[in-house]
Design a protein around this ligand. Sequence first.
Ligand code: MN
Length: 149
Amino acid sequence: MLVTDRKTDYFEKRAGGTGTTIMEHIIDEKVYNGKIAAYARVILKPGCSLGYHKHEGTSETLYILSGTAEYNDNGTEMELFPGDVAFCPEGESHSIGNSAHSKSDLVVMALIVKKNKKSKIKHFRCFKIKSLVPAKSFLCATEVFIILF
Ligand code: MN
């Protein structure tokens, strides 16, 4: 199936960054039934950046396609080059930018995946059942059932 219906978002000063973040969506994330928040080709022109932000409920993989990235990985500054991959797990922070002195666009492939909430609830249910008396365990299991469905 060839995907032809593709949208592009333009964000100004995204996450406190500078200039415009251009996000060309590879495919509408809805095809992944809520598992994916974004799968996109991100373009930052010279002087543009996506500000420092924390990933809560999502992780992000960045693959540098072209240009040089000024990358902040949880407070550690580094440069990334074409072919480099940066992973920001859930709960960690990062920022990415293209220097104002750069002569070319920074082009990055970004995949943002949502945390699996269902597996977290299952863990919670196991913990509660073990720690409570049988009558309360049943009640707890019923509550979890309501949360899941
Ligand atoms: Mn991010």
